[in-house]
Write a new protein. Structure first.
Length: 374
């Protein structure tokens, strides 16, 4: 006699459909999507919403750092740092252009304020923190001198041509370039940055690598599928970071005004938020004794900010017949000159310690303080 089937057969294990992660950790996918979705809330109207958006912004920054490190592992240096610098700068430049299109003549100093903030944050803030953190953990760190020197030379050229020279031209007067001069500077900026990219990735790639760094050699290789997924999510995360920063800007402006701080602090805060993914990536690299990656990120970001922003805003200004005030104040010129001089000295030996880090952080603190207390 055949046994009857049980009335309540054991349920077959049916795998539940899972959202594909392509090898990425789930939170790194969920957070950028949540950040973009949070933009639907519009500009925050109360403290609770400001805090929520700020927390989502911080999480999106960490997600961007994670995806950038996955890409860096897949591509290898210096391509990994170049991808992050380009991605952040393209989105930042798009944000500046969109504000210029919306505000018109009210944004004539926006490009200048963004450029000087980016230089100070990257060369003094990010470099200073990385050298201090790396020096405390590893006592002394090494990097390839030739690549860093080339990057600083290009940065000094672009910084002086775009932010100092306008004060000394006579065609337009004041701190402005004439349309012809602005077009020339835009072309020069593109040429210098394109030269840097070719040197870093093709002609002199070894100048931007340190043979003493293992470049993730002890980790499992990243698959192509995971790298593509990381690239897509990095873009989403960076879009979320920039647009959330823009959404929070009115609250930041209100906070700055209530504190009695100068209006220039708004641009500094927003620039710091936009550059946060690169800053965290550079910091993490310095802590694991890869200061070459940290310097590539900092110098590359500063170069990309000038090399891509100036051409974009120049085209926008020429099309809209806007006057761009690019020349720095005397105080700004002094601090920029000090930054470039000190960077050429502290990053001119091929080795770094906490001493160099402290010096850069002192200059960064001085810039912040004199912005708050002119």
């Amino acid at each position: 006699m055949t046994n009857a089937a049980p009335d309540h057969p054991r349920a077959q294990a049916v795998p539940l459909a899972r959202f594909p992660t392509y090898g990425l950790v789930p939170w790194s996918i969920a957070v950028p999507i949540l950040g973009v979705a949070a933009l639907a809330l519009g500009k925050p109207a109360g403290y609770t919403l400001v805090i929520i958006l700020a927390l989502v912004l911080g999480a999106a920054v960490m997600a961007a750092v994670y995806h950038a490190e996955v890409l860096a592992h897949y591509l290898g240096e210096p391509f990994g740092t170049l991808v992050l610098a380009l991605a952040v700068t393209v989105i930042e430049t798009s944000l500046i252009v969109s504000i210029m299109l919306g505000e018109g003549a009210g944004s004539q100093t926006l490009a200048r304020d963004t450029l000087i903030a980016a230089i100070m944050i990257t060369i003094n803030g990010i470099v200073g923190i990385c050298l201090l953190a790396g020096g405390r953990r590893h006592h002394e760190q090494s990097y390839t001198q030739s690549g860093v020197s080339a990057g600083l030379a290009m940065l000094a050229t672009l910084a002086v041509v775009t932010l100092v020279l306008p004060n000394y031209t006579t065609t337009a007067g004041g701190a402005f370039y004439s349309p012809t001069q602005l077009a020339f500077v835009a072309v020069v900026s593109l040429v210098v940055y394109a030269t840097f990219v070719v040197a870093q990735t093709i002609r002199h790639k070894d100048h931007f690598l340190n043979p003493d760094e293992d470049d993730h050699a002890h980790e499992a290789p990243v698959t192509t599928t995971k790298a593509i997924a990381a690239a897509v999510m990095l873009t989403v995360a960076l879009v979320a970071v920039v647009l959330l920063a823009k959404a929070l800007s009115p609250s930041i402006e209100a906070g700055v005004a209530s504190a009695g701080a100068p209006q220039a602090m708004v641009g500094i805060i927003i620039a710091a938020l936009v550059l946060a993914p690169e800053g965290f990536s550079a910091y993490r690299a310095a802590r694991v004794n890869r200061v070459q990656t940290s310097l590539n990120l900092a110098i590359g970001s500063a170069l990309a900010t000038i090399g891509l922003t100036i051409p974009a805003v120049a085209v926008t200004a020429l099309m809209m017949d806007l006057d761009l005030e690019l020349g720095l104040s005397t105080r700004g010129v002094v601090l920029l000159a000090l930054t470039l001089l000190v960077a050429s000295l502290t990053l001119g030996t091929g080795r770094t310690t906490v001493v160099q880090g402290v010096v850069h952080l002192v200059i960064f603190a001085t810039w912040l303080f004199t912005t708050l207390v002119p």
